[in-house]
Design a binder for this molecule. Structure first.
Ligand SMILES: [Zn+2]
Length: 266
């Protein structure tokens, strides 16, 4: 049963711009993520004409109040007012690449008319924190762990997902990029499991337990943080059954990232 109004009727939403691409001569297809209805595929007619009243209002990741007209395949955007523009992202390319990665994850696993109030708020808090200058990679990991929970793949870092033995501090842990979760030395599979140090697992535990964006930097070397991100990316790509471009892109971007902040290139 659709919660959307009948065809051609207007409705209002609060929504992020997840993706957009040009269509016909003057139009643009805009994929929105709304609080009330989840993903909405929409069209901004005439937006590429110089004097369109929608021009400049449908930039990526912006959160808007919109009026749409229900369509069969695409909803027509008739009005758009900015609610939040996360201006810090325009000044920090590193933060922007991580914000785009979060947007790609939402677009990859969310459906039309599949709203998730918690996920909407998680995305909002993530973008606000990135825009305010929170260190991007720990924040992305925090977002990913909580997003996995929402998708029904909550990770448990305390025991082996196969034999269920409790881990002790000196045990070796291996992240299973195929099924998620940790495996012990005896249960690891060479092809799909990646070694994680006890300190790395501690960081994952801490980020998963943190309800809000992380306030302090994890005590891990940048390379160890990048390994964690690579593990989660592989797992997300398994779940999505496709490569995730924005996540792959930021692997290179993160090579310039070092902890603490001062050594990062501007
Ligand atoms: Zn085991």
């Amino acid at each position: 049963m659709s919660n959307l109004p009948p065809n051609r009727h207007p409705f209002e939403v609060e929504a992020f711009v997840l993706k957009h691409y040009d269509y016909n001569e003057h139009d643009r297809i805009v994929v929105l993520y709304s609080r009330k209805f989840g993903v909405l595929r929409s069209i901004a007619k005439g937006v590429r004409r110089p004097r369109s009243k929608l021009a400049g209002r449908l930039d990526l990741l912006r959160c808007n109040h919109l009026v749409l007209e229900r369509g069969r395949n695409l909803h027509k955007i008739t009005q758009c007012d900015a609610l939040r523009s996360f201006s810090g992202l325009n000044r920090d390319y590193h933060a922007l690449t991580h914000a785009l990665a979060m947007g790609e994850l939402i677009a990859s696993f969310s459906q039309e008319e599949d709203p998730n109030e918690y996920l909407f708020a998680l995305f909002l808090h993530g973008l606000e924190a990135l825009s305010a200058g929170t260190e991007a990679l720990p924040l992305l990991l925090w977002f990913e762990l909580h997003y996995l929970e929402q998708l029904g793949y909550q990770q448990d870092w305390d025991f082996c997902a196969q034999c269920e033995i409790d881990f002790r501090p000196r045990d070796y842990h291996f992240f299973d990029t195929l099924h998620g979760g940790l495996r012990c030395e005896a249960c690891k599979r060479k092809e799909t499991c990646r070694y994680l140090s006890f300190e790395q697992v501690e960081v994952l535990r801490g980020l998963q337990a943190s309800e809000g964006p992380p306030q302090s930097l994890p005590e891990l070397k940048p390379q160890a943080m990048r390994q964690l991100q690579a593990c989660l990316q592989s797992y997300f790509e398994q779940l999505a059954e496709k490569p995730l471009k924005a996540l792959t892109y930021l692997q290179d971007d993160n090579l310039g990232w070092a902890m603490p902040n001062e050594t990062r290139k501007p």
